[in-house]
Design a protein around this ligand. Sequence first.
Ligand SMILES: [Zn+2]
Length: 147
Amino acid sequence: MNGRNGVTQLFEELEVECGASVECITDRVSVLQGVDIEVELLGEGEWASIAPFVLVNGDRARILLRESDPRWYRLHVVVHQLAHLLCGHTQCAALPMSFEGSPDPTPADRLTHELLHRQEAEAEEISRRLSAFVLAADSAPSRALLV
Ligand SMILES: [Zn+2]
């Protein structure tokens, strides 16, 4: 993907309209990327056992949310991870993403570190744009997903 043009193109392919629900955007990303996307709310016990970085496993993506985090923060996490998926990333340097701050696990080697760093920048650019659509919506399906 090449900088700003790449991001704009991805965003256009998404074809979201203002007022789209999180569910609608999730479905769209799922179709575009050919992965099943599950959004799961986890309690503390399960949360503690999440492997760092992993977003996609095979043809299945899991977006994990911590039940005790504020709702707006969980929405931020979903949008950030959807942005990664849209870019075709299979990892996120910030996972597991928690309101209290993510642990800062050091990737094994420098190349992995640089790759994750570049992917974060791409995901942030897209998630900034997506957020405007989702926050404008705050529709009933979005609420049901996140409460
Ligand atoms: Zn990320």
